[in-house]
Design a protein around this ligand. Sequence first.
Ligand SMILES: Cc1cc2nc3c(=O)[nH]c(=O)nc-3n(C[C@H](O)[C@H](O)[C@H](O)COP(=O)(O)O)c2cc1C
Ligand code: SF4
Ligand code: SF4
Length: 252
Amino acid sequence: MIYYFTGTGNSMAAADFFALRMGEERRDMAEALKKKECSCCIGENETLGLVFPVYYWGLPTVVVNFLSRLRLSGRTPYIWAVITCGSGIGAADRQLKAVAGRSGLYINAVFSLVMPDNFVPMFHAPEEEKVQEILKKADVRMEEILTSLQKREVGEESGMKDLMLSASMQTLYRNGRKTEKFRVDSSCVGCGLCGQICPVNAIRIEDGRPVWKKEQCALCMGCLNRCPAQAIQYGKRSAKNGRYVHPVLRKG
Ligand SMILES: Cc1cc2nc3c(=O)[nH]c(=O)nc-3n(C[C@H](O)[C@H](O)[C@H](O)COP(=O)(O)O)c2cc1C
Ligand code: SF4
Ligand code: SF4
């Protein structure tokens, strides 16, 4: 069984790859939380995979919530994680092991997977040529990870030891999750997509426009990057930084 979380498709595409090649089923963590279906029976030869993006060197809130509710039955599986990132996972491996440990889960292996960076409030989205180059390298990396998973290897360590720095990154994440930082401009066409895809139901469509109904969200950047009109902005830079969506979630 592979559980994944995604904002812009990178982790979903990676979960698809591992599910197909390992013959495992895959499920969306956010959907599992919404439906309160966080129990899983592990069958013979099945592993438990977790595939999700790093946020501020740590775990997305959805992953923390999911792991605190996950209940396993059946066999004790080999548990592995692939953490997608724009450049590096920071201390996310350490946080994952701690959070999973509180639910009685032992993480056997963690791997990092560099994919295009979707944090456009801070960085310019990569141009299409660069996206293809990064995704090609990610394909090679996924084959390497697959080989390690088939051998049930123990993965890698990020080596991040600076707990002060990683704690201050978590404070930045907490502040960044304030939905008052989002705004919608006049190019909104009222399609409702942002409301449908929000993993934490933070957006409601009222009079054809999104309204952020929760004070905090997961900051997945799905609404902002996937809006067909690029009408959603966050902070000062997002209007100039372009948008990124993995091909798996592009329409056409
Ligand atoms: C809120 C936020 C924080 C992020 N922090 C990091 C980070 O600390 N390091 C990094 O390399 N990438 C960071 N990224 C980039 C994502 O981890 C990366 O693009 C990921 O593959 C996106 O996965 P997804 O398409 O499945 O949502 C961040 C993205 C977001 C939205
Ligand atoms: S996805 Fe964009 S265009 Fe569609 S309702 Fe949301 S803000 Fe408006
Ligand atoms: S409001 Fe937007 S950025 Fe926040 S969790 Fe929902 S879709 Fe993601």
